[in-house]
Design a protein around this ligand. Structure first.
Ligand code: G3I
Length: 337
């Protein structure tokens, strides 16, 4: 069963079972986002907000049918000290998803950031074995409960060269293929993705990613999809060639997905800026829907109440579909009038 028909089947069973928790009033007469598309439509979520904010949980449950743990599955969180695991946040999100009929995107296994310090100091041999074990442990714990995993995250620099991560430096180019092979063995039911940012348009970085995915496919490496994060900023313009770029990857025989969309604007927000932001979200949404193998549209958080943007880009913000009070913004209404 392909991804889109699987989504339809899950939605049907969820409705029949009457388990949908639709507490909050709808944001659109057309229905929630998840019901106006046959793509998975998701958001990054944080376990503590899910546990402590009823309105956050309610809007998430109403609007989305995919969740991506924003930080809870990262290596630095689950194994900050070697051999001492903390799965509490990840377990809570997977449990929420199971109870509410949501799919989960696992995020992320091999990434240079949020790595525990002890991983960076290993010999090449030890790094290789603990990376395989990390993949096997995380994927094995949630086997069958995670639709798709970001196996390798952000491995390229913007100029298309490989990032000099500890994995690249100690294990060499082959670490990418190895990671996908280990991941397939750990959970054969999960779709395996490579994921990156600034690859939405046609540019040096997306060319490098395209060439890598083509080579991996030719070599029979088990890669199923390419994630485009889509952290956009209105001051940089909309990525040129976005739809053509998604289409060229799909033509390689992989699924594509928008995995972390947000569109930051200079603060303070005003009507003009919010309308510009709306056109960006709409183009992202439409481009995904124009490509048959674009199977998912996930945003990096859904409310301006909680977003990584202001912490990282002082003076910019308001990057999400809902405002701090969980009211739909023009970007939401443009997608779902
Ligand atoms: O949980 C601790 C808290 O105990 C402590 O008091 C506080 C002090 O700084 O830090 C908290 O951890 C922070 C964590 O977010 C949870 O809020 C980390 O410092 C902070 O670095 C971390 O930032 C996350 C970032 O990834 C790390 O690289 C962001 O929330 C998260 O949105 C962001 O997500 C990434 C994707 O994984 C990959 N793509 C880009 C995207 C945006 O940067």
């Amino acid at each position: 069963m392909n991804t889109i028909s699987l989504k339809r089947t899950v939605a049907l069973f969820t409705a029949l079972a009457g388990v949908a928790l639709l507490n909050a009033p709808p944001a659109s007469a057309a229905g929630p986002l998840k019901d106006i598309t046959n793509r998975y439509v998701g958001s990054a979520v944080a376990a503590n907000h899910l546990a402590n904010e009823a309105d956050y949980r309610s809007v998430l449950t109403r609007e989305f049918d995919n969740v991506t743990p924003e930080n809870e599955m990262k290596w630095g969180v689950v194994e900050a000290n070697r051999g001492q695991y903390n799965w509490s946040g990840a377990d809570a999100i997977v449990d929420y998803a199971q109870r509410n009929g949501k799919s989960v995107r696992g995020h992320t296994l091999v990434w240079h950031s949020q790595l525990p310090g002890w991983v960076s100091n290993l010999s090449a041999g030890d790094l290789r074995s603990v990376t395989q074990r990390h993949i096997a442990t995380a994927m094995g714990r949630y086997q069958g409960k995670i639709r798709a995993w970001d196996v390798v995250n952000e491995m390229f620099n913007d100029d298309g060269t490989r990032r000099a991560s500890v994995f690249q430096q100690k294990l060499g180019d082959g670490y990418v293929a190895d990671a996908f092979r280990w991941a397939r063995a750990a959970d054969p039911s999960a779709k395996l993705y490579i994921n990156d940012y600034n690859t939405e348009g046609l540019n040096a970085k997306s060319d490098a990613l395209y060439n890598l995915v083509r080579t991996l496919k030719q070599q029979g490496v088990p890669i199923d999809g390419v994630g485009f994060q889509a952290h956009l900023a209105t001051r940089y313009g909309f990525p040129g060639g976005y739809q053509a770029n998604l289409a060229r990857f799909a033509a390689l025989g992989v699924d594509v997905a928008i995995t972390e969309a947000d569109v930051r604007i200079p603060m303070p927000a005003d009507t003009t800026k919010l309308n510009t932001q709306a056109t960006y979200f709409k183009q992202l949404w439409d481009g995904c829907h124009a490509v048959a193998r674009c199977v998912e549209f996930t945003t990096w958080g859904f409310t301006d109440r909680h977003s990584w943007v202001p912490d990282t880009f002082p003076g910019e913000g308001a990057a999400c579909l809902f405002d701090t009070n969980l009211r739909p913004k023009p970007a939401y209404t443009r997608i779902n009038p």
